[in-house]
Design a protein around this ligand. Structure first.
Ligand code: MN
Length: 418
């Protein structure tokens, strides 16, 4: 696959995250105007409500794009997804007969505010990166041995849909209960070990019925697209609360996602298989076709007032042990109803060497080995005023499929009410 040419000149550069090959879906507003659906193309956004009003796009007899979310399109199913993508490709392609009608419907991305691209139905987070699981075992329990179930089950927990916010939303340092190993009593106050988790989020487009499992292949076809996901984590709160039921308040204060839904269709040329199995999976979870994607990822930290961010990690989504399709299959396997708009966090993505670790917990070895930023400052965990950014792109021949930044700044914690 090579770059597809568009009449939008900025979409034809090798550096743009949003060439015609991508066509990611978001929600935008300009000034005080209301948020509505848009498609990114180069440094412009195609106003989808206006395109529908102009008769350029018709998915249904009724308007679909007069709402600030993509859930209605997701629920319309895979055939609609394909025909919409094909039609957008036609409208925006070089030499298109629709150029004169569509050009006035473009908005400069620089003038737009971006909003949540879809309403999150429910949010589940997994733990499917092997290097991360080994690193956390080594740090928390003194042994990199994986839990007994890890090679057989994509381990997950049910998170909070209410925690999910769009990139650019500030995150308040959480309050919580913690206990130092040598203390008699726990204490309550601001988190002291605030961290990120570099993840991908898979968005379920079409749901399943309660009581009815889905195969890995069916699960793959249910996934509408992907976003970058930062599963902000309060390690000290998590460390005290997590046994025996898993994460709770240590994860519930914020989860950031990138603003554009990059469709599974746009990522199709970048499919790659999960790594070799260390133990054969039970047949229901076996991968039928490559379920991961070759997506380069990086993490950046910018302290308050610093002129530039520092890159602290570079890795790839292909490092994961389980694909989103395997996770979704496992999730529905008991008969759990999966809904359009469900968000599945991949689990922290960490590669085999320190440069590829996807959390500060791993990068600083639980704060014991702080690392140095380009500003000369050191970090073990996140400080107030720090801005954390995730970036990702699948890199093709002369083009890339980018996600747009997933960023968030940490604000000092509030005072607990009297
Ligand atoms: Mn996580």
């Amino acid at each position: 696959m090579t770059l597809l040419k568009s009449w939008v000149a900025s979409a034809n550069s090798a550096d743009t995250p949003f060439p015609l090959n991508n066509l990611p879906y978001g929600v935008f507003s300009v000034g005080d105007d209301y948020p509505r659906c848009g498609v990114a193309i180069g440094d412009m956004i195609l106003d989808m409500e206006a395109a529908e009003d102009a008769g350029l796009i018709a998915l249904s007899d009724l308007p679909v794009f007069d709402v600030p979310y993509w859930n209605d399109v997701m629920e319309m199913g895979r055939d609609t997804w394909a025909s919409l993508r094909a039609r957008l490709g036609e409208i925006l392609a070089e030499g298109s007969a629709d150029q004169a009608s569509a050009e006035p419907l473009l908005v400069a991305a620089n003038d737009a505010d971006l909003h949540m691209p879809f309403a999150v139905a429910e949010y589940t987070d997994f733990y499917a990166g092997m290097q991360h699981a080994k690193n956390m075992g080594e740090i928390l329990r003194g042994s990199p041995d994986l839990p007994a179930n890890w090679l057989h089950i994509p381990i997950g927990y049910n998170g909070r849909a209410s925690s999910v916010v769009v990139s650019g939303t500030d995150i308040r340092r959480p309050l919580g209960q913690t206990k130092a190993p040598d203390a008699d009593m726990p204490s309550f106050g601001p988190c002291k070990r605030l961290d990120i988790e570099l993840e991908m989020g898979a968005i379920v487009g079409t749901g399943s019925e309660m009581g009815q499992p889905v195969t890995v292949s069916e699960a793959d076809e249910m996934i509408f697209g992907y976003v970058l996901l930062n599963d902000w984590s309060a390690r000290d709160i998590q460390g005290w609360e997590y046994q025996p039921l898993g994460p709770f308040q240590g994860k519930a204060f914020g989860t950031s996602i990138s603003p554009w839904i990059v469709t599974s269709a746009a990522l199709e040329p970048f499919r790659t298989a999960t790594p070799a199995r260390e133990k054969e999976l039970l047949p229901y979870l076996a991968e039928k076709k490559p379920g991961l994607y070759d997506i380069s990822l990086e993490v950046l930290v910018q302290p308050e007032g610093a002129p530039e961010p520092s890159v602290i990690s570079r890795t790839n989504y292909s490092r994961m042990y389980y694909s989103a399709a395997q996770q979704l299959c496992h999730h529905a396997s008991s008969g759990c109803e999966m809904s359009s708009g469900d968000l599945l966090g991949s689990g922290t993505i960490s590669g085999p060497s320190r440069e590829e670790y996807g959390s500060l917990m791993e990068l600083s070895h639980a704060g014991r080995e702080p690392f140095t930023l380009e500003t000369g400052e050191s970090r073990g965990f996140i400080e107030d005023g720090d801005t954390l950014t995730l970036r990702g792109a699948a890199k093709g021949d002369g083009y890339q499929i980018g996600f747009g930044d997933c960023t968030g700044t940490i604000l000092a914690s509030v005072k607990f009410p009297d």
